[in-house]
Write a protein that binds this ligand. Structure first.
Ligand SMILES: [Zn+2]
Length: 439
């Protein structure tokens, strides 16, 4: 950036656990893209030549961090014609062709920019057809375009016929393949690793299959050893207590989706000797499940099996959130974007659902999406709060998001590493939003 940036007379939503709000503050952003000063407006002088944004009546909060995203699709339902087994194989083949690469790169970039323009300044991807997000992260780093901070994954790791296979997974039939695939992801520059520890709603073949344990604890341990040696956290898709237990024992750092938990599981979350940092965290993703439960199958295209699995998984996920709150397990936020009805501009809805359906206090939900996620992902030295020295990743809203989460849907401005995006806008799918507004 060429000149300092100053937000004057803002109300700061700090994003801390307690929901601390600071009135009449000035935030100065230096030309290095970092927050230089945060102080009472009356005491904070604006440097000469700064671009001043009068934020009186506005709310400034840390940019959102989406800890569970997929970026290969836009969240509109996949046409029925593409969901047969044969069509899925053809799509997978196409995705790995040179033309498919370019097509996916374009979709990925659009998804990333849509999230950014709705206030998401950091995205962790967790399962993609190939290395599109690694390439996008490199492009942003080179300065090809302004984008959020990306923590890219490649394909996730799954057993044959397991969750995500074959479209967005490398197939791990045995220990050797597991190690080889983990190293392939690392060699291709991923910064996040994901395992399918259990089956999932989207591709379960029978009722009750969604939470069935898939990858063995031994093989998950191999993934964790390899990833941790490279300083990379491991996430596990896990939708049952058994699956979570095996994943945590193996050393998984973040449990995605979650389920009800025993004392043993709770204790492992809090003290996990095989994890990278000695404890593990929970990232619920209600938005992936709620529409399948709340809307008619004729609308969602869900069959009887996926509807029943969605009901089961939603119950488990809500139970997981309750236990996490009760036992103070670190709670993050992810949207599972790219899944059916999970668009890239609706991150606010996940926060809203976590508050209304998960019973999470608004302050805690915003903290999960900012400071807590930063800590969980190991980037809290860099982002997740409004403090001097941190990257200027900010979201400016017209209303107080602690009272009105929907204000996050249309930010007044977004700041990404100090770069101001004034009046950001995105393309929405009104037919999807009308359905989601029903519940
Ligand atoms: Zn996912």
């Amino acid at each position: 950036m060429s000149q300092p940036l100053a937000f004057t007379n803002a109300t700061l939503i700090t994003g801390d656990r307690d929901g601390t709000v600071l009135h009449d503050r000035t935030v100065i952003v230096g030309v290095d893209g970092r927050i230089a000063t945060v102080g009472p407006a009356v005491e904070t002088s604006v440097p000469d030549g700064a671009r001043v944004v009068d934020a009186r009546g506005r709310f400034v909060m840390p940019g959102l961090i989406n800890a569970h995203a997929h970026l290969f699709s836009d969240g509109r339902p996949i046409p029925k014609i593409l969901t047969s087994e044969r069509a899925e194989k053809l799509v997978a083949l196409f995705a790995h062709s040179p033309f498919g690469h370019r097509w996916l790169d374009g979709r990925t970039k659009r998804a990333i920019l849509t999230q950014m323009n709705t206030g998401v300044t950091t995205i962790r991807s967790l399962g993609e057809p190939g290395y599109e997000v690694v390439r996008a992260a490199a492009a942003i780093e080179r300065g090809d375009y302004l984008g959020p901070r990306l923590i890219p994954s490649g394909p996730l790791l799954a057993i044959p016929e397991g969750h995500g296979a074959p479209q967005i997974a490398l197939i791990c039939a045995d220990a050797d393949a597991t190690r080889r695939n983990t190293r392939q992801n690392l060699d291709n520059g991923v910064r996040a690793m994901k395992i399918s520890a259990t089956g999932g709603v989207t591709d379960a073949k029978a009722i009750g299959h969604a939470g069935t344990p898939e990858m063995s604890e031994t093989n998950m341990r191999i993934v964790c050893e390899e990833a941790h040696a490279a300083g990379i956290l491991v996430a596990a898709h896990a939708q049952s207590e058994d699956g979570i237990l095996a994943a945590l024992r193996a050393g998984v750092d973040t449990i995605e989706h979650g389920a009800a938990m025993s004392e043993e599981v709770i204790a492992l979350f809090k003290d996990n000797p095989n994890s990278l940092r000695g404890h593990s965290s929970l990232i619920p993703t209600l938005m992936a499940c709620l529409p399948l439960v709340k809307l008619e199958p004729s609308v969602t295209g869900a069959n009887e099996v996926s509807r029943a699995n969605a009901v089961m998984v939603l119950d488990e996920m809500l139970a997981g959130i309750r236990v996490a709150l009760e036992h103070d397990i670190e709670l993050g936020m992810g949207t599972d974007s790219a899944l059916t009805f999970v668009t890239h501009y609706n991150t606010w809805r996940e926060i809203d659902f976590v508050i209304r359906y998960g019973g999470v206090p608004a302050a805690r939900a915003l903290h999960a999406a900012t400071g807590a996620n930063a800590r969980i992902l190991g980037i809290d030295g860099e982002t997740g709060s409004i403090e001097p020295g941190k990257s200027a990743d900010l979201l400016v809203t017209a209303a107080n998001p602690l009272d009105d989460v929907r204000t996050l849907a249309s930010p007044v401005a977004v700041v990404v590493r100090g770069e101001l995006i004034d009046a950001p806008s995105v393309t929405t799918f009104p037919e999807i939003d009308a359905l989601l507004d029903e519940f």
